[in-house]
Write a protein that binds this ligand. Structure first.
Ligand code: TYC
Length: 122
């Protein structure tokens, strides 16, 4: 026996965007919520100038902890020296905090007053 389709195909439902609501007939209409996820807040690690830390030490620190090549690290160091500060990298909050700790520990061990801070990116 051959069965023939007796109805036209129904188009697929469009994804709902509103909250579930009471349809006033005593039953609850459940609808899927469209989820919106914000991107995570990012943090920039800003290195600060001082009058005592040797330029070469700063270049090596930027190369080592911020994964920059020597030319880029030198440019960043000179920007700090001339402008008072510069961004060395942008990371998640935990990674940025770790970078600050690593730089400050390296500076402390070497006896230099080099400082850097982490701040949220606008
Ligand atoms: N101003 C320092 C000097 O003249 C060099 C320096 C650069 C120090 C960058 C800190 O984050 C810094 N020796």
């Amino acid at each position: 026996m051959i069965f023939m389709a007796s109805k036209k195909p129904v188009p697929a439902p469009i994804a709902p965007t509103e909250r579930p609501r009471d349809d006033e007939g005593g039953s609850l209409v459940l609808e899927r919520l469209t989820q919106k996820t914000e991107p995570p807040q990012m943090y920039q690690v800003v290195m600060l100038n001082d009058d005592y830390t040797p330029m070469e030490f700063v270049v090596v620190v930027i190369q080592e902890f911020f994964n920059k090549d020597r030319d880029t690290a030198t440019q960043i160091m000179l920007k700090i020296h001339l402008d008072g500060k510069a961004v060395c990298g942008v990371y998640s909050r935990d990674v940025a905090a770790t970078k600050v700790d690593q730089v400050q520990e390296a500076a402390r061990q070497a006896g230099h007053p080099l400082q850097c801070v982490s701040e949220p990116v606008e």
